[in-house]
Design a binder for this molecule. Structure first.
Ligand code: BGC
Length: 760
């Protein structure tokens, strides 16, 4: 049966249609409250009223079927026919391109189209519009939902100044395979962290009230499980159990629904056999029926047309029918809907009522955005783009995102009085590449590069010997090596900026290897051979294989692609003005052969026991793991060093016996036992020791970022309700089971001593 015909669907599609969009109220966020996705935010105050309904009905009654289908079709601003399509009401939204927008298309929509329905302008505002923040994976490394929200708010304000009122973000795809280039666009491997940060982005983009011209509609994408593409190859098949889907891949999406995200985007992939863009289980059963999502669903670019390439349908007409009936309201890029939905309605294959429901969703979104009343209203671009406080937030965010991976003797921070510093590498002075993938209207000329920042910091007193070494990360041309070696020889310390060019991660940028691209490793070896102490700053969209670098350099830092203010943020860390506090949002593999590797894995019947320590290399016995590598990653999820040290003590859980529906109160004392002030991200993990469906060895359930002066202690507190421990049981019901649980508060996912409690 067509799911849209069900009684339940009908009910849900009528009067309270899109109530959740009516007032985007910020869900009360508390870092001490554990469950992000499985507990609903308070219901939004409805601004749905008779007026809106009347206005919608009235408008709908005047629309031809072609005009209705127009609202379900999205164009591209640079297509030659775009003005005609807008004038004829054959597209209701457009996706903007790399050049700044103007309002000419909106004038055509409002003044020249028959009904004057305003256009909705969309764009991929992923980690900033003009002021570019760290890539989302880097943002996640800051474990700072408040900054995530603020950065999204700034991005919305800047984008709205160019008439953009719909962003295709957040991307909340869980990614456990760094070969997949799009790992850069999301929050990494963990459902809890992904849920918290996804919701924070939604709140930042949408604000309290979508009508506020500084806010934009957000879009949770790519629904669903796109990050699990086989082999990390983009667009590839996804095949996983429903339990893994529900327990790992779906929670961040549900969290966005609970944060009242306005729209959803489908994934390109086929999921358990059915392409996500025509997948009634995902789009209808989960999204509409179970989660009660009332917003707009858009396909990904070309994804409806591509249903034929998947082999699901023979032609665009059937693609339009299946995608629409599965629950896709709006088609992005292609014209399967525009060319076929009218005929499908005439033939009785698509009910007109379904079209009306989808159109109402789109029109209500436009009303909620205030487009009908003030289609040209926008923040003043002269005052908002690259505003001073936007840049300051970008610098703060970039420095919080930096993860100190290794720091040994003669490492960091650098001595400010040093006589000469060599700055070497393809990413030392490249404003564009440091912006990373999907950098909106970010302009490399606005960036402050590490070289500029280092010169600003110490250029008056020290010689800064700069050599690019390689013209790009991908380059294998060694002509610049000699100059780099000379620069290192002439310096007291060398800082190398290596990693990946912006285009080496992101969409369609999967890699089969995680090695440093091009001849960078050779450049590092040549510079290292000078004997000058070496600090390595990595900038990349994913973890890379860095075993040899860790041997060569006393200090290694991961700065991701840090955005417009990456240079000053890195200099703050290098010279000790800021003590690094970032923590990895992904497990960092030793080699590509360990993938997939993630901290919340199952125990197996033969858990790993460190055979390397116990029995010598290769003598591992019959336990899980590899005979040629440790089982552990290079760095665990949640890991990151600081210039100071933190001691965890007094872990307590109270009470130790609770009933279902109750909560435990968990506390630990964290003391800065080093000599510098610093931030620490304390992480709460649990393990359900015995369950009808065995549970992972640890799962993140909460975190808090603390600032501590030397010698200072703070007690972190978490409230963990039993609902936060729920998983999908054998009947696919979300349950918390009685039994014993272990619990840690620690600085990463691999350390700490647990305490226990019991649910009776
Ligand atoms: C990507 C989406 C993006 C869309 C529009 C697609 O290729 O998968 O994430 O929002 O293009 O640019």
């Amino acid at each position: 049966m067509n799911p849209r015909h069900s009684f339940r669907y009908r009910l849900s599609a009528l009067a309270p249609l899109l109530m959740s969009l009516a007032a985007i109220s910020p869900a009360a966020f508390s870092q001490t409250a554990a469950p992000p996705a499985k507990v609903s935010a308070p219901a939004p105050t409805s601004r749905w009223n008779g007026m809106t309904e009347k206005r919608l009905d009235e408008l709908l009654s005047r629309m031809t079927l072609a005009e209705k289908i127009g609202q379900l079709s999205q164009g591209q601003v640079y297509r030659p026919d775009v003005e005609d399509l807008v004038r004829e009401g054959r597209i209701g939204s457009v996706i903007a391109g790399r050049r700044p927008m103007n309002d000419s298309l909106q004038h055509i929509a409002v003044e020249k189209s028959r009904l004057g329905i305003p256009l909705l302008i969309a764009y991929d505002v992923i980690h900033g519009y003009r002021t570019i923040f760290p890539i989302p994976l880097g943002q996640a490394a800051a474990w700072d939902p408040h900054l995530t929200e603020e950065a999204a708010r700034i991005a919305a304000r800047e984008a709205a100044s160019q008439w953009i009122r719909w962003t295709y973000a957040p991307m909340v795809d869980i990614a456990r395979d760094p070969r997949w280039g799009r790992i850069a666009e999301g929050a990494g491997e963990d459902p809890y962290l992904g849920s918290i940060l996804g919701a924070a982005m939604v709140r930042g983009f949408q604000g309290n009230n979508l009508r506020d011209p500084e806010h934009v509609a957000a879009c949770a994408k790519h629904f669903a499980a796109y990050g699990a593409a086989e082999g990390g190859r983009d667009y590839n098949t996804v095949d996983m159990s429903e339990r893994t889907l529900r327990d790992v891949y779906l929670p961040p999406f549900e969290s966005c629904v609970n944060a009242h995200v306005a729209t959803f985007m489908t994934a390109f992939a086929d999921v358990n056999g059915v392409p996500a863009t025509a997948n009634p289980f995902l789009l209808h059963q989960v999204l509409r029926d179970e989660w009660k999502f009332r917003g707009v669903v858009i396909s990904d670019a070309d994804a409806i047309h591509e249903l034929a390439k998947h082999g699901l349908v023979a032609d665009d007409k059937e693609a339009a029918r299946q995608a629409f009936l599965a629950g896709v309201d709006v088609e992005m890029f292609t014209s399967c809907y525009r060319d076929n939905l009218e005929a499908l309605v005439a033939e009785g294959k698509v009910p007109l009522q379904e079209i009306d429901d989808s159109v109402r969703r789109v029109l209500l979104l436009k009303m909620e955005l205030g487009l009908f009343d003030k289609p040209f209203e926008r923040p003043n671009p002269d005052t908002v783009l690259l505003r001073k406080d936007h840049l300051e937030t970008a610098r703060q965010f970039a420095r919080e995102s930096i993860v100190l991976l290794k720091n040994g003797a003669r490492g960091l921070p650098l001595w400010r009085e040093l006589p000469a510093i060599a700055v070497i590498g393809p990413l030392a002075d490249n404003g564009r590449e440091q912006l990373g993938t999907w950098h909106g209207q970010g302009d490399g000329r606005d960036s402050i590069t590490p070289l500029q920042a280092i010169r600003d910091e110490v250029g008056k007193t020290a010689r800064v010997n700069y050599a690019i070494g390689l013209n790009s990360c991908a380059s294998t041309n060694r002509d610049g090596f000699d100059e780099a070696v000379r620069a290192a020889k002439d310096s007291t310390v060398t800082v190398m900026f290596v990693g990946e060019d912006a285009g080496q991660s992101g969409e369609a940028a999967s890699r089969s290897s995680l090695s440093l691209p091009g001849a960078q490793l050779d450049l590092i070896r040549a510079v290292h051979a000078t004997g000058t102490p070496l600090v390595i700053v990595l900038m990349a969209g994913r973890p890379l294989e860095i075993g040899e670098l860790l041997d060569l350099a006393p200090a290694v830092v991961m700065a991701w692609h840090p955005g417009t203010m990456g240079g000053p943020a890195i200099a703050d860390v290098l010279f000790g003005d800021y003590s690094p506090s970032g923590k990895l949002p992904v497990s960092w593999p030793r080699t590509v052969g360990q993938i997939p590797i993630y901290y919340d894995h199952m125990s197996t019947g033969r858990p790993w026991l460190d055979p390397f320590k116990l029995q010598g290399r290769g003598g591992g016995g019959f336990i899980t793991g590899y005979s040629d590598l440790p089982h552990t990653p290079q760095f665990p999820f949640g890991y990151g060093l600081s210039y100071t040290q933190f001691d965890y003590s007094n872990l307590r859980v109270d009470p130790q016996h609770i009933k279902l529906g109750e909560s435990v109160h968990v506390t630990a004392r964290i003391t800065n036992v080093g000599s510098r002030p610093g931030d620490e991200v304390a992480q709460l993990y649990v393990r359900d020791l015995v369950a009808s469906v065995p549970q992972p060895v640890r799962e993140l359930k909460g975190f808090q970022r603390l600032t501590l002066d030397p010698g200072q202690s703070k007690v972190v507190e978490f409230t963990l309700p039993t609902g936060a421990l729920a998983f999908h049981n054998r009947e696919m019901k979300l349950v918390t089971e009685p039994g014993r649980y272990q619990l840690w508060i620690s600085g990463d996912s691999a350390t700490g001593q647990p305490v226990e409690f019991e649910i009776e």
